[in-house]
Write a protein that binds this ligand. Structure first.
Ligand SMILES: NC(=O)c1ccc[n+]([C@@H]2O[C@H](COP(=O)([O-])OP(=O)(O)OC[C@H]3O[C@@H](n4cnc5c(N)ncnc54)[C@H](OP(=O)(O)O)[C@@H]3O)[C@@H](O)[C@H]2O)c1
Length: 282
């Protein structure tokens, strides 16, 4: 059974809990990978301007013959475009690259609190415009820490629908997830298998052996049972299928706890720290 559940966001929009991520897929390989993922059954694609492959994502969806409404598409505002005027231009470009009149979800990719005089609030207000004019069905943030979310709550009108953050067994990120749960902000877990780094962990391989699934399936199922949204990336069709088969088994509570206990806090972080990340692509 591969029925992917939907999660209802705080604005009423429904998002498939399992999707397909396209970070680090070369533009020339992206249309093929997305076509294969759609063939497997994925109906949620996570891209970003920074990934350089929005055009190929749009081409694959259009070539699939699926209705646009049957595929949930997320993209993200790039780090160099936080000024409102630049954000409006960048969003127009995202839509024209994808070849769509709307995205299902548009995120601010990074908060960049050390850039733009620390002003991510006016960037968020610009995303509110895209939501109000209907071109972004939902809007959200990515890599936001609790203090960034608190500032938006104090100074803006719309609560982000999602916060897309690094989460996997070595960085459970539970404080940020908990803030999200309390404020109706869904957590999207990026690098859900830590780009493969957690798959050899003995706790995970033992649980995988016990339940008769692969380590990747166990880790992805752990995220699903925690209620987070995931979109593992793979250019390998057999792995795309493997990562999609998460709904015919369960991890028992003691094993859920054992995986959560693998948390290494900040030492487990594989990507940049959102408090200090200040990269503007050239
Ligand atoms: N918002 C952000 O700042 C941010 C940052 C990072 C990622 N993301 C999003 O999250 C998505 C997923 O994260 P990610 O791409 O960093 O990492 P990931 O999904 O945790 O891992 C992808 C890596 O694991 C391998 N892999 C996939 N399935 C596997 C399996 N079943 N068994 C063994 N290896 C497997 C892939 O190899 P092959 O491709 O060679 O098969 C690839 O090298 C991204 O694509 C992107 O959409 C967002």
């Amino acid at each position: 059974m591969n029925a992917v559940p939907n999660i209802t966001l705080n604005d009423g929009n429904a998002i498939p809990q399992l999707g397909f991520g396209v970070f680090q897929i070369e533009p020339r390989d992206t249309a093929k990978a997305v076509s294969e993922a759609l063939e497997v059954g994925y109906r949620h694609i996570d891209t970003a301007e920074m990934y350089g492959n929005e055009k190929e994502v749009g081409e694959a969806i259009q070539a699939s013959g699926l209705d646009r409404d049957d595929v949930f598409v997320t993209s993200k505002l790039n780090n160099g475009s936080h000024e409102p005027h630049d954000a409006r231009e960048a969003f127009d470009t995202t839509l024209s690259e994808l070849g769509f009149d709307h995205v299902d979800l548009f995120l601010i990719h990074w908060p960049l609190p050390t850039l733009y005089d620390g002003d991510f609030v006016s960037t968020w207000r610009t995303l509110e415009e895209f939501h109000r004019d209907g071109r972004a069905t939902s809007i959200g943030v990515s890599n936001w820490q609790i203090e960034h979310l608190e500032r938006l709550a104090a100074e803006t009108d719309i609560v982000p629908a999602v916060n897309q953050i690094e989460v996997h067994p070595y960085l459970t990120n539970n404080a940020v997830r908990e803030y999200g749960r309390e404020h109706q902000i869904a957590t999207e877990a990026w690098s859900p298998i830590a780009q493969g780094k957690v798959l050899d962990d003995p706790t995970i391989t033992q649980i995988a052996y016990k339940v008769g699934e692969t380590p990747a399936q166990v880790v992805l199922r752990w995220h699903i049972q925690r209620g987070d949204i995931v979109f593992p990336k793979s250019v390998t069709p057999s792995r795309m299928k493997e990562n999609f088969e998460l709904f015919d088994f369960e991890i028992e509570p003691a094993d859920m706890d054992a995986i959560t206990a693998l948390d290494r806090g900040e030492d487990g972080r594989t990507g940049p720290n959102p408090d200090t990340f200040a990269y503007i692509p050239g």
